[in-house]
Write a protein that binds this ligand. Structure first.
Ligand SMILES: [Zn+2]
Length: 194
């Protein structure tokens, strides 16, 4: 995306269809929010995890930040909303509001390739495979989500061995399962695909 050089007032109101191309404040908000880390896995940002969905201008002129939790009831969401608020206030991008959108539901498919590599280096096995079709489907098509059963076991994020076993369905958070490498013996979190 190219950056617009048009001399638009930062807080023009009245145009519902304002986009980042014509609204420098939106472009700034995106770059500020791209630096907000995930509170549970600080090596990746909320943008890279796909939690940050949109930044737009509401009809009343406020910035509206749209986030989708990694699973419903994710306890980190209030922390994420606070972090977003702090980042926007530090950049003097006010007023703003944070909107939580549950549909379409978040999926591990939204985690960027760069973030998957950062997770692995951090010691968390990234999700294997994808959830396939439906990741970007309309909300009503996502009510019933098929959970793939025959996914391969994750490789050890430390030594790369495929020789791993699951110790527990839930790891440090409900998003993750606890695995152990049978070669280097290290336990590790696995970011479960869903
Ligand atoms: Zn290993």
């Amino acid at each position: 995306m190219t950056t617009s050089t048009a001399a638009q007032p930062a807080y023009s109101t009245g145009t519902a269809a304002t986009t980042a191309a014509t609204d420098p404040a939106l472009t700034r908000a995106w770059s500020v929010l791209e630096a907000v880390p995930d509170p549970e896995i600080p090596v990746v940002s909320i943008r890279e995890l796909g939690i940050l969905r949109d930044v737009r201008r509401a009809a009343d002129g406020a910035l509206e930040v749209v986030i989708t939790p990694t699973y419903s009831g994710c306890p980190a969401m209030s922390q994420i909303a606070e972090d977003i608020g702090r980042a926007l206030e530090a950049a003097q991008l006010t007023p703003y509001r944070v909107a939580t959108v549950l549909a379409p539901a978040w999926t591990t498919d939204w985690i960027t390739a760069a973030a998957r590599e950062k997770l692995r280096v951090y010691g968390i096995a990234p999700p294997t495979g994808t959830c396939g079709a439906g990741a970007h489907a309309a909300p009503q098509e996502k009510v019933l989500r098929f959970v793939p059963r025959a996914l391969p076991a994750p490789s050890c994020p430390r030594c790369g061995s495929a020789h791993t076993e699951r110790l527990a369905q839930f790891g440090s958070t409900a998003c993750k399962a606890l695995y152990r490498c049978l070669d280097c013996r290290e336990p590790f979190d696995y970011f479960k695909p869903y």
